[in-house]
Design a protein around this ligand. Structure first.
Ligand code: SF4
Length: 161
């Protein structure tokens, strides 16, 4: 799991997408892209294609990217390789506007925590908020415990490995 957290995304490694025609993709953002086909749902064994695509994503680490490796939020960034690919056909090509957005969110959270730490009423609210969102998160985990999330009208689904 440590390796997965270093990768730019979990596509093809911790989750895959199965299209309505049975073709497996590393992620729904790559549906109909031959480069990211991983085989068919009814195959008895995982194909070489499956492992090759999986390796592509596992090796797509932020620490190997010259821009990301110097970024302050590299350890917690959730930037999507699918979005990067749809923009430049490169899996590890940070999108400046998206990076500013992600960094801005983290800065906003840190500022909020800092401000709350000097006000006991605000601090109490913050702790209560974290605790209730944890409960919501656990509920969501229960919902997904079947490990299958239905996708949209196309009839495909995401499978969490
Ligand atoms: S915010 Fe941008 S530069 Fe920083 S780690 Fe994420 S993708 Fe890379």
């Amino acid at each position: 799991m440590k390796e997965l957290t270093k990768s730019l995304g979990m596509e093809g490694a911790a989750a895959v997408t199965v299209n309505s025609d049975g073709v497996i993709y590393s992620c729904y953002t790559f549906i109909n892209n031959k480069n990211f086909e991983m085989g068919y749902i009814n195959e008895k064994q995982l194909s070489n294609k499956f492992h090759n695509v999986q390796l592509t994503f596992l090796n797509n680490t932020k620490s190997n990217n010259p821009i990301c490796s110097k970024c302050d939020i590299v350890g917690i960034c959730k930037a999507c390789p699918g979005m990067m690919y749809s923009r430049s056909e490169i899996l590890n090509d940070p999108i400046p506007l998206q990076c500013e957005y992600y960094v801005g969110i983290k800065e906003g959270i840190l500022l909020g925590v800092l401000e709350s730490s000097t006000d006991s009423a605000l601090w109490k609210k913050l702790i209560e908020g974290i605790s209730s969102s944890n409960k919501l998160f656990l509920k969501a985990c229960d919902l997904f415990s079947s490990r299958i999330r239905l996708l949209d009208k196309h009839g495909g689904f995401n499978l969490f490995l």
